[in-house]
Design a protein around this ligand. Structure first.
Ligand code: FAD
Length: 510
């Protein structure tokens, strides 16, 4: 008789563990006699990583599906609206060097048509501002939604900036009170294998063995089940993505201060600094490669960036860009840092763990027999996703013209994945196209490549002449976009007006 999947054990209570437990529990409610039970084991002693403040618009669907109200989320997580990323000093390093990668799509997905429309109709504007409603000076600090709109709906596409610790607290409360997840607060001290090679149980310090049919490894960088127990290799990608350290701090802000809608990423001689505005503070972090500058120099760069503002003590985090050789092995699948991590330039970690949780929930095998087939599919899709994210992150470095040794080394072809090298070659003469990307649900679709590539000055030398009818249509679309932008600027509140003075005391009601 085949073994039914009845008990899922999530090991680890960080963002990955609680999001996965919530997504699974919301999709597979416990129907007592034949439902799926979900338990989560979290250590009382081992802290979560405590960073991860930038998200992608997928987070709205995730929170909505697991049944959390948007107002509760905003209030608890001191969250603000993220509408894209701004990259300062990435191209030349000069003071006026700045471009935006917004969340809204451009008026067309056709790279050639967009390029021609931009060059002929709005050549004096930056690319994103010319072709995308969201990116314009008149929308700076403006919220993407009205107070009266339904939960998670927006006049413009958006994600959030949030307090990672508060998000874990909110997810935990919700999982326990509304979704029937069982929490075991204990340390896992041993992984117990079954004779066939599956995991039979994990032994907890005080609780003893916890048996399960499927184990989700969310133990963070320890990767206790997939990495340590199964010894699935870690593929180090620091040959492509050099950064391996971050120094982080928080800057308190007043209740009247302006809240920026983008993650601001400012390049420096050997990395970059993130600046993320929440309702009660800014999270600021200096990301760098220790092969190029030492910790003291990175601390100095961060302090210089901060100026004389008050901030919390600096905290250092080490990391390594890379991922496991595969993610689902026998009856164990790793999600979050246990599966891998790529430097946080485009906030790709939480979106990847949401997509993992979503796919596990959607394809959850009813029995052990089906599990290996689902595992193969999962591994194929996610290996592709990790590789494409590496390409996309590297693109930001390859297109830079900055002169420092770190930036020069980043442009060395030996450090550029072959697929990206191939596309950079063809993009010399034609724009990136949707045909360059294999999956229907790309983490970074062609629009993202266009925003970064044209934002950084990449310019194909030739492109097909535009059919006059296409040109007319695009002209009309751009005019419509400008009208929409004007009405959004006039009709939407500022981030601060919508989110209130301080979310703790909140009067936020959407
Ligand atoms: C500098 C930096 C900046 C980042 N910025 C972003 C960002 O802007 N956006 C984004 O999407 N992501 C970002 N990330 C990544 C993000 O922080 C993580 O992907 C996310 O927090 C998920 O972490 P996790 O839950 O996998 O691991 P963790 O938070 O480390 O959680 C691991 C859990 O496992 C538990 N555990 C470990 N061992 C045991 C044991 N033996 N027994 C029981 N429990 C155990 C721990 O107690 C903890 O609860 C950033 C990461 C870094 C390093």
């Amino acid at each position: 008789m085949d073994h039914r999947v009845e008990h899922i054990v999530v090991v680890g209570g960080g963002t990955a563990g609680w999001i996965t437990a919530c997504v699974l529990a919301a999709r597979h409610p416990d129907r007592s006699d034949k439902g799926v039970r979900i338990s989560l084991i979290e250590s009382p002693d081992i802290p979560t990583i405590g960073v991860g403040e930038g998200t992608w618009p997928t987070i709205r669907q995730t929170l909505s599906r697991i049944g959390i109200r948007e107002a509760d989320f905003l209030q608890t997580c001191r969250a603000s609206f993220k509408q894209g990323s701004r990259f300062n000093k990435w191209v030349t390093g000069e003071a006026d060097d700045s471009y935006v990668h917004p969340f809204e799509l451009p008026v067309s997905q056709n790279g050639s048509a967009l390029l021609q429309a931009w060059k002929s109709l709005a050549p004096d504007k930056p690319f994103a501002e010319a072709v995308c409603v969201q990116s314009a000076p008149e929308l700076e600090g403006i919220a993407p939604r009205q107070r009266a709109m339904p939960d998670y709906a927006g006049a413009m596409n958006y994600a959030y900036h949030l307090d990672a610790g508060k998000l874990v607290d909110l997810l935990r409360d919700h999982a326990l009170s509304a979704l029937g997840v069982q929490r075991i607060e204990d340390n896992v001290v041993e992984v117990i294998g079954a004779p066939d090679g599956d995991i039979e149980a994990v032994r907890c310090d005080r609780t003893g063995p916890v048996t399960g049919d499927l184990f989700i490894d969310c133990t963070g960088r320890r990767s206790l089940l997939l990495g340590t127990h199964y010894d699935v290799a870690f593929i180090d990608r620091s040959d492509v993505l050099f950064n391996n350290r971050a120094i982080v701090t928080h800057v308190p802000v007043g209740p009247e201060s302006r809240i920026v809608s983008e993650t601001v990423s400012t390049a420096h001689e050997a990395g970059w600094i993130w600046d993320i505005g929440l309702t009660n503070r800014r999270g600021v972090g200096c990301v760098y490669a220790s092969d190029y500058i030492d910790d003291d120099r990175a601390g100095h760069l961060l302090r210089t960036y901060l100026g004389d503002v008050e901030h919390t003590p600096l905290r250092q985090i080490s990391f390594q860009s890379g991922h496991r050789e595969h993610f689902w092995h026998r009856n164990c699948v790793a999600v979050g840092l246990a599966a891998g991590f790529l430097e946080p330039l485009e906030a790709s970690a939480i979106v990847l763990l949401e997509l993992s949780a979503e796919m596990i929930a959607e394809t959850l095998p009813a029995s052990r027999q089906a599990m290996d087939i689902e595992a193969r599919n999962f591994n194929r899709i996610f290996l592709y996703r990790w590789a494409r994210i590496i390409d996309f992150l590297k693109l930001h470095y390859v297109l830079s013209q900055r002169p420092e040794p770190y930036w020069q080394a980043n442009r060395d072809p030996k450090t550029i994945p072959q697929r990206l090298q191939d596309y950079l070659e063809v993009w010399k003469t034609r724009p990136p196209s949707a045909y360059d990307f294999d999956q229907a649900r790309e983490v970074f679709p062609v629009a993202s490549y266009l925003f970064v590539a044209y934002g950084m000055g990449m310019m194909p030398t030739t492109h097909p002449t535009l059919d006059p009818r296409v040109q007319d249509t695009l002209k009309t679309e751009m005019q419509k976009m400008l009208r929409k932008r004007r009405s959004l600027a006039a009709g939407l509140p500022t981030n601060r007006a919508l989110l209130g003075g301080c979310a703790v005391a909140s009067t936020v009601s959407l």
